[in-house]
Write a protein that binds this ligand. Structure first.
Ligand SMILES: NC(=O)c1ccc[n+]([C@@H]2O[C@H](COP(=O)([O-])OP(=O)(O)OC[C@H]3O[C@@H](n4cnc5c(N)ncnc54)[C@H](OP(=O)(O)O)[C@@H]3O)[C@@H](O)[C@H]2O)c1
Length: 304
């Protein structure tokens, strides 16, 4: 397949491009951040008039995986209009463009569409209740994409991994700080389901090749607090877990409201794939092996 990946300089986009390159032809879209990437790169400011049509016409992909977004919660709160343009309007327009040309469309959504008040896991059947601008604009995109492109895959994700800038993911946050001997806070009252971004990428590609469509939770199979996640990383990397201070997210100074419970069930995905999704410890092992093998430096080397 020929795959067009937006947000190719982002945490998901770059790792997805690397995973996809093994079996597919990849064209990544960026805005001038990437240098000497081992896949074809085209530059586009996706919100510009005619950018989508000219991008698709010039590349003619079989599938488009839309990873670009305004994924910073605080920036979304500060500029709700820009958040809507990027996170809601753009996916809707891409969905239409793909429907018109019979191109498969994969839209990346978020686990954060839930307010976290449920005392159990969330399934795809649960009614979303977004707690802030970011999550509201992402949920609106799910509805927009479903309406214009019913065949699309909509994946609610949560991932960690190595990024171009070296600081994008929570996994990097813990590794970077603990390696420098710095003390960090770990939230004990935010439950989530982290997945290694490379596992997320491989699952998305499998979902595409298996011709799935519709809404899926594509998150880790194990729920844990952000504090526990930090401790797991410290142990795997042989770093000092007592540098992680257990704290509540309340009073942390973050402006965007965080949900306390983002435990999402992946039952639908594992049922439709006919196998279990990757477990947390194998992802963490791979994250550590990547570190040992210089993968973080390799990725950072593709940044201008
Ligand atoms: N990180 C997580 O754990 C997480 C959790 C839930 C959902 N998600 C979702 O997963 C997807 C990928 O997230 P991520 O963490 O990989 O994001 P990221 O690292 O912040 O990357 C965002 C990407 O979007 C690109 N972009 C932003 N505005 C653009 C524009 N106007 N035109 C073209 N490209 C633009 C950025 O390009 P530049 O480099 O040029 O800025 C960058 O490549 C997003 O949909 C996000 O909402 C992520």
């Amino acid at each position: 397949m020929k795959l067009l990946i937006t947000g190719a300089s982002g945490l998901l986009g770059i790792n997805l491009a690397f995973e996809a390159m093994r079996e597919h032809e990849v064209v990544g879209v960026d805005r001038g951040t990437l240098k000497s990437a081992p896949f074809q790169v085209v530059q586009a400011e996706l919100t510009q008039k005619d950018a989508i049509d000219s991008l698709i016409e010039s590349t003619r992909p079989d599938a488009l995986i839309h990873c670009a977004a305004l994924a910073n919660l605080e920036q979304c709160e500060a500029d709700p209009l820009w958040a809507k343009i990027l996170n809601t309007d753009l996916p809707g327009e891409l969905g239409i463009a793909c429907t018109k040309r019979d191109i498969r469309f994969v839209h990346i959504s978020t686990d954060a569409v839930f307010d976290g008040t449920k005392e159990d896991f969330y399934t795809e059947e649960d009614e979303p209740s977004p707690p802030g601008v970011y999550s509201q604009t992402k949920l609106d995109a799910e509805y927009a994409v479903q309406e214009v492109n019913p065949r699309a895959i909509i994946a609610r994700v949560n991932f960690y991994g190595w990024s171009l800038g070296g600081y994008r993911s929570l996994g990097e946050f813990f590794v970077n700080n603990l390696r420098e001997g710095k003390s960090v806070n770990g939230f004990t009252d935010v439950i989530f389901c982290p997945m290694l971004v490379n596992d997320t990428a491989r699952l998305l590609l499998e979902m595409l090749t298996r011709d799935l469509s519709g809404l899926y939770h594509v998150v880790g199979a194990h729920a844990m607090s952000k504090y526990q996640f930090g401790v797991e990383i410290a142990r795997r990397f042989g770093l000092r877990e007592n540098l992680i201070v257990p704290k509540s997210v309340e009073g942390s100074g973050l402006t965007a409201k965080r949900s306390h419970n983002l435990w999402l069930s992946t039952h639908k995905l594992s049922t439709d794939l006919g196998r279990e999704t990757p477990i947390f410890s194998t992802g963490l092992d791979e994250f550590y092996t990547q570190f040992q093998q210089g993968y973080p430096q390799k990725i950072r080397g593709y940044q201008h």
